[in-house]
Design a protein around this ligand. Structure first.
Ligand code: GRF
Length: 197
């Protein structure tokens, strides 16, 4: 089995979209793949309830319980590595995981570590993407799925979706419009990676 490990910090709607798509499109049958584990660095992440209700294994790894970023990332990496199989190292999917990862972690999972970012990268890496797009009078915004490299919110682009920025948009209305597209492109990008093997 190809194991997918999803990392979240909050609502987990992208994780839920992936889980739903995996079931609907029969990823187990089609690709021999399953969402095997959902990890959150926050115990109160709402996404954990969804994952548990789906019968998916969950783990909470509180970064505040670790002395530094390196130690946390090493422990997180070891947890994920338990889901490697002899034929296939686990695919690591960041879905609203609000932690900056160390170069050592990125290196360890290079080529099988993905992220979704709510902007049309390379524009607006970092936080507050929607407000920054509105402030810059952008006419279009969107979301990007990319492979993770050591530089924050960079790396080869796997999928993008574009939405219009409307004249009366607020950060919240734009974020909601972008999020609906995130839920389409993240599962599509992961399915492509699984297909490629
Ligand atoms: C999404 O907009 C994602 O792109 C960003 O954080 C948000 C997470 O939403 N990195 P959710 O937890 O998947 O609902």
């Amino acid at each position: 089995m190809k194991n997918i490990v999803i990392l979240i910090s909050g609502g987990g709607s992208n994780m839920a979209a992936l889980v739903r798509c995996a079931a609907r499109d029969q990823w187990a049958k089609r690709y021999g793949a399953q969402v095997a584990l959902v990890v959150s660095n926050k115990a109160e992440a709402r996404g954990l309830d969804f994952a548990r209700a789906q019968g998916i294994a969950t783990e909470v790894m509180d970064h505040k319980a670790f002395p530094d970023r390196e130690t946390f990332d090493a422990a997180l990496g070891d947890l994920i590595a338990r889901y490697d199989t002899p034929e296939w190292p686990a695919l690591v999917v960041l879905a609203g995981f609000m932690r900056i990862l160390t170069p050592a972690f990125v290196e360890r999972f290079a080529g099988r570590l993905t992220n979704i970012h709510p902007s049309l990268l390379p524009a607006f890496a970092g936080l507050h993407t929607h407000q920054r797009a509105i402030d810059a009078s952008c006419k279009f915004a969107g979301a990007t799925v990319h492979l993770v490299t050591a530089e924050l919110d960079h790396g080869p682009i796997l999928e993008q979706a574009v939405v219009p920025v409307l004249p009366d948009d607020t950060e919240a209305t734009l974020a909601a419009r972008v999020l609906t597209q995130e839920h389409l492109i993240y599962p599509r990008a992961i399915a492509r990676l699984l297909q490629r093997g």
